[in-house]
Design a protein around this ligand. Structure first.
Ligand SMILES: [Fe+2]
Ligand SMILES: [Fe+2]
Length: 358
């Protein structure tokens, strides 16, 4: 039976199974790639580092970490109303993102097994971690009387095709930004325990180390394929991926301001911190970093935030769909213009520091 008091605004496909959130430009993506091209990659120039990272994966430091304890054994019905809705959404988005990593790594591990065993082992061990992360989050959803049907998600979601080098840029960044998000939330709650509304955040400290190691794996793979990092195309693409990842996170999180405030965070401060840290981390391997201190950087993102609010208002209005589309156009155009102008802000050269910073 659906208890609407406990699950405000949550649609279910059957009792207790949540209808997956609608796919938009801002929801976590599922990826696929050219497996043959990846299988043919020669990693010899950085094989030692890759072997060392895979060795660390094998050590499996978090083998016993993802076990629920007594802290979870209580009713969570006191988290209600809007907070509950935002919290469920946070768990769902996180679970979907972790699960999308699992699917991609698992498939890569399977397809590369015979042709590129070192890479395959790395992917298999990372998929082990992501399965734990997604499972732990899905279990947390069950505390709110919900779960995600991950089998259904696998079949029903559309997959974005990326050539291997784009997979590396995108997954490297999502692992590193994931690391900085988890550790920033963890440290904030450690300092402000009264905002810890649910125990899952205590798991983030060790959890984020998995994401950090996953990021290091992609760092090593890109170094093994220097052409992904050292020509003018790499500079343009790295800029593109940095901007898309930062802008997506910014728009997503500001929209859910109340959730981050519930955790005692100032959402914008949280964004500045995570973006700055990820940008600097990426600068250790990418040839460029974004100039996030440029006075236009957050100003233009804020214009996109405003446009997003307008788009939401239009979508929720009673105006007929075709007319809505016309009303939305100027806001889409404005956001596209802002993103283009953001892309054109002169980046910071990182390649010249690579020998020094590492
Ligand atoms: Fe993960
Ligand atoms: Fe990861």
């Amino acid at each position: 039976m659906v208890d609407s008091l406990k699950k405000p605004g949550v649609e279910e496909m059957r009792a207790g199974t949540k209808v997956p959130a609608k796919e938009t430009l801002l929801t976590p993506r599922f990826y696929t790639t050219d497996f043959d091209e990846m299988a043919r990659m020669d990693l010899s120039v950085n094989e030692d580092e890759l072997r060392a990272i895979v060795q660390e994966f094998r050590a499996d430091y978090n083998r016993h970490h993802f076990v629920r304890d007594a802290q979870f054994e209580q009713s969570w019905d006191h988290i209600d109303g809007e907070t509950r809705k935002l919290f469920v959404e946070f768990l769902e988005r996180s679970c979907t993102a972790e699960f999308s990593g699992f699917l991609l790594y698992k498939e890569l591990g399977r397809r590369l097994k015979d042709k590129n065993p070192l890479l395959a082992e790395g992917f298999n061990l990372m998929s082990r971690d992501e399965a734990r992360h997604a499972g732990f989050l899905n279990k947390a959803l069950s505390d709110f009387n919900l779960s995600l049907d991950l089998g259904f998600l696998t079949k029903s979601r559309s997959y974005t095709f990326f050539k291997p080098k784009f997979i590396f840029y995108a997954t490297y960044l999502s692992e590193k930004i994931g690391y900085w998000r988890y550790i920033t939330i963890y440290r904030n709650l450690e300092a402000n325990p009264s905002h810890e509304i649910y125990p899952i955040f205590r798991w983030f400290e060790n959890w984020c180390q998995d994401e950090n190691r996953h990021g290091d794996f992609f760092d090593a793979v890109m170094r093994a394929q220097p052409q992904t990092l050292n020509d003018w195309r790499a500079r343009l693409w790295c800029r593109f991926f940095l901007l898309s990842v930062f802008a997506t996170m910014y728009l997503n999180d500001i929209q859910r301001n109340d959730f981050y405030e519930t955790l005692g965070l100032n959402t914008r401060e949280f964004e500045y911190e995570v973006i700055d840290k990820t940008n600097k981390t990426a600068g250790r391997v990418f040839p460029v970093m974004l100039n996030t201190d440029h006075p236009d950087f957050y100003k233009r993102l804020e214009v996109c935030v405003k446009n997003n609010e307008k788009l939401g208002e239009i979508a929720n209005s009673n105006t007929p769909k075709p007319l809505q589309f016309l009303q939305k156009l100027p806001y889409y155009a404005s956001s596209a213009w802002q993103i283009l102008r953001l892309y054109l802000i002169k980046p910071i050269d990182a390649a010249s520091n690579h020998g020094v910073v590492r």
